[in-house]
Design a binder for this molecule. Structure first.
Ligand SMILES: N[C@@H](CCC(=O)N[C@@H](CS)C(=O)NCC(=O)O)C(=O)O
Length: 210
């Protein structure tokens, strides 16, 4: 397998964090999104969405960071980060979907239409006037997750899963890029400390907001 990735951006970092947590490496090809390399014909031929990460497996190209991690979870040696039973995996996927829809997407839109505006406007319809509202939606979703987590160690209970990785990467990137995490969210604060102590935290490369 070969991973097309980039040292900047939260979506590639989700796969990097996953691999660090599993203690595994794969061959990588660096693609520079800051130079628009994912939007060039050679790259859109492998991922028409024009984004990284992409995993190449025997001539098939898998895009979408969660889909890539699920494939790696099933094919790499070691402890699953989805779950060991159908029930555990279903619970993980429930949280992955909630985190993606309610936090990752509005947080990403908040960045794309504000801090990332100049980079993104060439490739998508942008709504700079909506950036503030997307950031509010993301912050409210994080507060919702914070309330639901009381009494749990990680998103799915005692086990660390891909749901923790997805949320952690986007929380840390958001905190460093104009979406400072509310320190009043007590569960999130403690969970961030637990996550930061783990191998996966090596995927976060930028310094934390003061
Ligand atoms: N839903 C996709 C999002 C991928 C994505 O937006 N990747 C960004 C980096 S964080 C990218 O490649 N941006 C370059 C561009 O849009 O030109 C996933 O989960 O992988």
């Amino acid at each position: 397998v070969r991973l097309y990735t980039c040292v900047v951006g939260p979506n590639p970092a989700v796969v990097t964090a996953f691999l660090l947590e599993r203690g595994q490496t794969v061959d990588t090809v660096q693609v520079d999104i800051t130079k628009g390399e994912t939007r060039m014909p050679a790259f859109t031929a492998i991922n028409p969405a024009g984004t990284v990460p992409v995993l190449e497996v025997d001539g098939t190209y898998i895009a979408e960071s969660v889909a890539i991690c699920e494939y790696l979870d099933e094919t790499l040696p070691g402890q699953s980060l989805l779950g060991n039973t159908a029930l555990e995996r279903a619970v993980t996927r429930m949280w992955l979907r909630r985190i993606d829809i309610h936090f990752v997407q509005p947080s990403s839109s908040g960045w794309r239409f504000a801090e990332g505006l100049e980079m993104c406007r060439a490739n998508m319809y942008v709504m700079p006037e909506a950036a503030k509202d997307f950031k509010i939606v993301a912050a409210q979703s994080l507060a919702w997750i914070d309330r639901l987590m009381v009494g749990k160690r990680f998103i799915c209970g005692e086990r660390v899963t891909l749901a923790d990785i997805l949320l952690y990467v986007f929380v840390e990137f958001g905190d460093r890029a104009g979406q400072t995490i509310d320190k009043e969210l007590g569960w999130i604060a403690g969970w961030r400390q637990r996550m930061t102590a783990r191998p996966l935290a090596g995927a976060i490369t930028m310094p934390a907001a003061a």
